[in-house]
Design a protein around this ligand. Structure first.
Ligand SMILES: NC(=O)c1ccc[n+]([C@@H]2O[C@H](COP(=O)([O-])OP(=O)(O)OC[C@H]3O[C@@H](n4cnc5c(N)ncnc54)[C@H](O)[C@@H]3O)[C@@H](O)[C@H]2O)c1
Length: 354
């Protein structure tokens, strides 16, 4: 029997993983305790996704377990044992800003929760592929010290810099920078996932995401950039842009494209606890101003926003992921969804929900 364990299975990446792997595995075991509603309020709950997934996929079995609960998790790993062929770990406290409110909650979920899952994988299904969704925040604010220039609607890196062509690659240091409390807890988890690959020779991989996006995101003020932006565009709710003249650039990858990366790794895992930058890259990126213009175009509504000079602490001014390393390991992979496609999908999904 082939079983996949997916943590955070009702969130953006988790639910996309459930849908993606449902016909590739005999059973999908989901772990999600709707902690997102605790972080960001009831409007960010992912419970709605649980109902859709259980109805749609007969082989999907959800468990309401907190990833900090080692004993609760162990029961599952004991029950399914070596039938577990894949662990996709996406459950997290995902917000840069929220983490500072409760550093202990943030760290125990992001770091200790990841360690629980790694250790249980080692003990009960050591050959399983273990995929971890890390973040570009592990690089802290180092990208802000790149030579940037101001254009009409966005910041851009100087064209003579080696990162100009494809973006920031995995050689960027993770040391000596302001990560945010969230970035630091993700660094701890990221390094542990690498270490289980190196030290225990397990099939682990770290995917350092840029902005991850898609119609299943339960967007909230503090997390889910494009989803929350589109929500405001539809409802005309007020939005605040924090700093950098609204020209800060993020790359955006559709959840399906990211999970398709997981699938390529699953089929032919590279050894050694690999790290991959995983984002929209040069293919899909936008500044705040550009994203707002796209939302206005799609909804036909003028966007209701104001601007404040104070940027969010440690926030990136310009971040574009270089995915060349992943492409070199998995040349058959490619993007399926452009930024415009993704925003259209988010709009269609949100129209009926907000
Ligand atoms: N969305 C982004 O832009 C982005 C960017 C970079 C990295 N990431 C990372 O990707 C992963 C997935 O992000 P997402 O956008 O799908 O997040 P999400 O919030 O949509 O999904 C995470 C899910 O995990 C669940 N969860 C949280 N804490 C839990 C716990 N203690 N026990 C069990 N379940 C718990 C939540 O209820 C939620 O349903 C996270 O690790 C995040 O840090 C996300």
């Amino acid at each position: 029997m082939n079983i996949a364990i997916i943590t955070g299975s009702h969130g953006l990446i988790g639910s996309e993983s459930v849908a993606f792997f449902a016909d590739k595995m005999d059973r999908i075991v989901g772990i999600d305790n709707d902690k997102r509603a605790y972080f960001f309020g009831p409007e960010a709950s992912t419970r709605w996704n649980k109902e859709i997934l259980t109805e749609k996929y007969q082989n999907y079995v959800p468990y309401d377990i907190d990833i900090r609960d080692y004993n609760g998790l162990e029961k599952l790993f004991k029950e399914y044992g070596s039938d577990i062929k894949l662990v996709v770990h996406t459950a997290a406290q995902p917000s840069h800003d929220w983490a500072a409110r409760e550093p202990i909650t943030d760290f125990t979920i992001n770091a200790n929760g990841t360690l629980n899952l790694l250790e249980l994988t080692r003990l009960y299904c050591i050959s399983a592929k273990f995929i971890f969704t890390s973040t570009n925040k592990v690089y802290g604010d180092t990208p802000n010290f790149l030579p940037l220039m101001e254009l009409e609607k966005r910041w851009e890196i100087e064209s003579t810099h080696p990162f100009y062509k494809d973006g920031i690659d995995e050689t960027m240091t993770i040391d000596h920078s302001k990560h945010s409390i969230f970035g630091a807890s993700k660094v701890a988890a990221d390094v542990m996932v690498q270490e289980y690959g190196q030290y225990f020779a397990m099939n682990t991989a770290v995917f350092r995401g840029g902005c991850l996006t898609g119609p299943q995101h339960s967007g909230a003020k503090l997390h889910g950039f494009l989803s929350y932006l589109m929500k405001c565009a539809i409802t005309k709710e007020h939005y605040t842009i924090f700093g950098y003249k609204g020209k800060q650039v993020r790359d955006n990858i559709h959840a399906w494209d990211l999970v398709n990366m997981f699938w390529h790794f699953y089929q032919a895992p590279q050894p050694g606890g690999q790290v991959y930058n995983a984002g929209g890259g040069r293919f899909s990126n936008c500044s705040m101003i550009e994203a707002i213009e796209l939302c206005e175009k799609i909804t036909g509504n003028p966007f209701n926003y104001s601007y404040t000079e104070d940027n969010r602490s440690g926030d990136h001014i310009w971040y574009i992921s270089d995915i060349t390393k992943f492409r070199s390991h998995y040349p058959a992979w490619n993007y399926q969804y452009s930024l415009e496609d993704t925003l259209e999908q988010i709009f269609e999904n949100l129209k009926s929900r907000v």
